[in-house]
Ligand binder design. Sequence first.
Ligand code: MN
Length: 243
Amino acid sequence: MTTLFISDLHLEEARPDITDAFLRFLDERAKTAERLYILGDFFEAWIGDDEYTPLQNQVADALKAVRAGGTELFLMHGNRDFLIGEDFCARVGATLLDDPTVVDLYGTDTLLMHGDSLCTADVEYQKFRASMRNREWQQAFLKRPLAERQLVARQIREISMARNKGKEEFIMDVTADEVVKVMEAHGVQRLIHGHTHRPAVHELQANGRPATRIVLGDWAENIWWLEVAAGQEPQLRSEPLAG
Ligand code: MN
């Protein structure tokens, strides 16, 4: 039995190749897995569960089929798709996870996060994140007409892309001290997250002992996933997108 982790697919109409790769991944790998965790930025944009685009419907149907086959599904919000709601999760049979969440992975407590909250050197982004995660703002936004939400989402994306352009590399990555702090606060020796698009396995010290931080990769050029099985070291794997 294996548990799979993916993140940062950034599914969108402009990248049908990523959608195809995801559908293949479900068919070839997720179908036979015990659980599939999607740790945020699954979709490039999400403005409410009431949108129902052809892409969303296609992905929802595929997830539903995998769930029906017995694979448990878990979704966590990213900074792009933080408005995915309980309706979408119910529709596909997924459980929406808080960020952060600790899960028992075959006997090892493992902290799961999207990863954006670890980038504390980016003060401007953290302020923006706090305002976007405000419940009242979200509820008011979700009540606006779809066309209006689409426009606002596009504007927000343009602003954030313009802001990120001038930022230095280290600012866009996680802050090492924050990683240790969060791992110690949750008493774990293993963290899995995405967001930074810098797939790697990092060894560090937390709680006075060796610890591991596993970073999932984005799907822009290659597909990335983490495979965890009982009694084995987690395997960070990748394949060309085109398969
Ligand atoms: Mn992200």
